[in-house]
Design a protein around this ligand. Structure first.
Ligand code: PAF
Length: 283
């Protein structure tokens, strides 16, 4: 496995290949990330994982400075999965000058849910993903792939729309969320949890499943009953000591409020102590 730190080295390394499959990450890899690599392996003729903690997607009060940087351990894990190339640029390499040009996703998709609680988050994500696509995928001649996890449901939807609207020559591949034995969605931020918080953490996914069941049970009355069901779900989690941002049922196609007959997804974000967790399920 080759580890490269500059865009020039990366382009030279990828030159002989036609069909790259990219797994963008911020490092501190867990088995959920490795699942993305396993999914990427058969897609193209070279598998590339990027490791870059992207300052642009963190608000000043968020965990950019403390986000774990574990490059050596990450590379060992990627090598064990048969990843071919790791692109681990410095901040200076990715943003040699202040990044004045940014990709602003549409507000109706990017200013709701995660975007409402993390203003500017999806602009930061789209900007770095666009740049990663330009550096990893632009020189290829054959089909190009990028693999994202379903856990970041809204992120994947925003990126799919960016790809569609800019006609980017890349196929986005979804990988279902990997869970611990108790059902907690794997996340790099799970490492922030104390032992007691880790035992409690599965309650977010349990609350979302319960909300999903209640929503399905409401059947034709869903639109009318949904606000009360969502409030009840958030209050139940708050009563256990969480600070919920949102627990909500949306339509899968665009994450807007559901109408009768829509395919549905239940999504949530909540803080447990200092750790903010997100999760979702199709229902
Ligand atoms: O999902 C992540 O880890 C990040 O948002 C991504 C896609 C690597 C962009 O920094």
């Amino acid at each position: 496995m080759k580890i490269v730190h500059t865009i020039a080295e990366l382009r030279a390394t990828l030159q002989p290949f036609n069909s790259p499959a990219l797994v963008p990450t911020m490092g501190n890899l867990h088995d959920g990330h490795l699942d993305l690599v396993r999914a990427a392996k058969p897609l193209g003729d070279v598998t590339v994982a990027s490791i870059f903690v992207n300052r642009l997607q963190f608000a000043p009060h968020e965990d950019f400075d403390t986000y774990p940087r574990t490059l050596q351990a990450d590379c060992d894990k990627l090598a064990a999965q048969g990843c071919d190339v790791v692109f681990a640029p410095s901040e200076k390499e990715m943003y040699p000058e202040p990044q004045g040009f940014k990709v602003h996703p549409p507000t109706e998709l990017a200013d709701i849910l995660e975007g409402h609680f993390r203003p500017g988050f999806f602009t930061g994500v789209c900007t770095v993903v666009m740049k990663l696509f330009q550096t990893v995928l632009s020189e290829a001649k054959g089909p190009r792939f990028a693999v994202f996890g379903q856990k970041d449901y809204q992120q994947q939807m925003v990126i799919r729309r960016m790809v569609r609207q800019f006609a980017l020559p890349v196929t986005i591949v979804n990988v279902p969320t990997q869970r611990a034995a108790d059902g907690l969605a794997l996340s790099s931020r799970n490492g922030y949890l104390s032992e007691a918080e880790r035992a409690e953490a599965v309650q977010l996914s349990l609350a979302l499943r319960a909300l999903g069941r209640d929503a399905l049970a409401a059947a034709d009355g869903l639109v009318r009953h949904l606000p009360a069901l969502e409030t009840r779900a958030m209050e139940a989690l708050a009563a256990r000591g969480w600070q919920p941002d949102y627990l909500t049922v949306r339509r899968r196609v665009d994450l807007q409020a559901p109408q009768p007959g829509d395919a549905l997804v239940v999504l949530g974000a909540a803080r447990l102590g200092k750790t903010r967790l997100i999760d979702n399920f199709d229902i």
